[in-house]
Design a protein around this ligand. Structure first.
Ligand code: SF4
Length: 383
């Protein structure tokens, strides 16, 4: 049976980078973030309304797409051979658990197989129902360096409606947060992150309050843009409007990495961000630099962008929602017009938050990454 731990699925971009697949690229940028996903014949036992792997979504698990692209199945030992062969290009590895009775056992097994031969920093995107304090400690000792928690729904009510009160769902909001707290305690500051999905029905205020809370706990929040998965229960839910998405990206960056006070952001009665009070030159500099609009992800060992997930939030044929490269001049022009800044930006005071209380900047954001990297991939076309 082709199941974990001897088999795993890998993202299409990872399959291209490790030469499991061949593909064409439309833009050159450095890519070294390899994403693995546990695989079982029975599939994931959760049934989240927006997910391509949900139990009630039609089709065999092996054929299901995840974030709208295929994840080829490969033999774990073959994968580890290739990780070792391409190690000098790799920036971050990540094993994504699914909800399954063997998920912990197999994540530990694969972590150990990787760690015996490859030193690239390893994250685990965990399934909280499989975990407890002892298991988090064991995974840490086995070499996992960071923990990601796929919170996705950013309010308790949304979590319940998309992940708990669903045909075969039993995920619990409180248990997710218990794992966040335990992971923060065991793995340390800036070694834990929560994935947050923009567009499930939360307000801008909900998001910004969560980002501020996690920032104060030295936990990263990583943004994902809701983009409906065909045949999932939320297949007809609207895609997040690009203007809202860009404003959230910018506001989050100003809060987390430029020290803007939460009071600088105002909301209307529906919780929509309608005013940002900040020095105008600061905001224009942030847009010109472009880092605010890059993919949020676990860093490389050198603190540069590590997990850049091309197509994590958009389809290959779409305009990028988050950029796995530093946005080009043309990208920045598009960002400017999408933001429609005049509507929300008002002059305000300099940021007050001391830099040591901000999220650590990603080192790669201060160097040019637009130069082609020999043989390493960009966005594949026709996936
Ligand atoms: S950001 Fe990437 S590497 Fe980090 S936990 Fe999420 S998927 Fe894994």
């Amino acid at each position: 049976m082709r199941e974990s731990p001897d088999w795993v699925r890998i993202s299409y971009a990872s399959a291209l980078a490790l030469r499991f697949k061949s593909g064409q690229f439309v833009r050159d940028f450095e890519f070294g973030g390899i994403n693995l996903l546990l695989s079982y014949v029975e599939g994931c036992q959760s049934d989240c309304g927006y997910c391509g792997l949900a139990r009630s979504r039609v089709g065999a698990y092996e054929d299901k797409s995840f974030i709208r692209v295929d994840w080829p199945l490969v033999e774990t030992d073959d994968l580890v051979d290739r990780l070792e062969r391409f190690e000098d290009r790799l920036t971050r590895l990540c094993i994504s658990m699914v909800t399954h009775g063997y998920a912990y056992r197999d994540t530990l097994d694969i972590t150990e197989r990787i760690r015996r031969r490859v030193q690239t920093p390893l994250s685990l995107l965990v399934a909280p129902p499989s975990l407890n304090e002892e298991r988090l400690r064991t995974l840490h000792q086995a070499g996992a360096e960071m923990i990601g928690i796929g919170l996705d729904a950013t309010t308790e009510e949304l979590f319940r409606s998309t992940r708990t009160d669903v045909p075969r769902g039993a995920l619990q909001w409180d248990q997710y947060w218990e794992i966040v707290s335990l992971a923060r305690e065991i793995y340390g500051p800036w070694k834990v992150n929560c994935h947050t999905l923009v567009g499930l029905g939360e307000t801008d205020r909900d998001l910004m309050e969560l980002f501020d809370d996690l920032l104060n706990r030295q936990i990263f929040s990583y943004l994902f843009c809701f983009n409906p998965e065909p045949d999932s229960r939320l297949a007809d839910h609207p895609k997040t409007p690009v203007r809202r998405w860009r404003r959230i990206q910018m506001a989050k960056f100003l809060l987390e990495e430029r020290g803007l006070d939460p009071a600088a952001f105002s909301y209307d009665s529906q919780g929509r961000l309608n005013r940002i009070e900040a020095p105008e030159d600061l905001v224009h500099r942030v847009i010109r630099e472009g880092y605010a609009f890059m993919t949020n992800g676990c860093p490389s060992a050198a603190g540069e962008p590590g997990c850049t997930r091309p197509m994590g939030s958009w389809r290959p044929a779409d305009e990028p929602r988050d950029y796995p490269w530093v946005p080009s001049a043309a990208d920045r022009r598009a960002i400017y017009s999408q933001l429609d800044l005049e509507e929300v930006l008002h002059p305000g005071p300099e940021p007050a938050r001391p830099l040591d209380q901000c999220a650590p900047p990603v080192a790669g954001r201060h160097r040019k990454t637009s130069a082609p990297c020999s043989g390493v991939l960009d966005i594949p076309t026709g996936v």
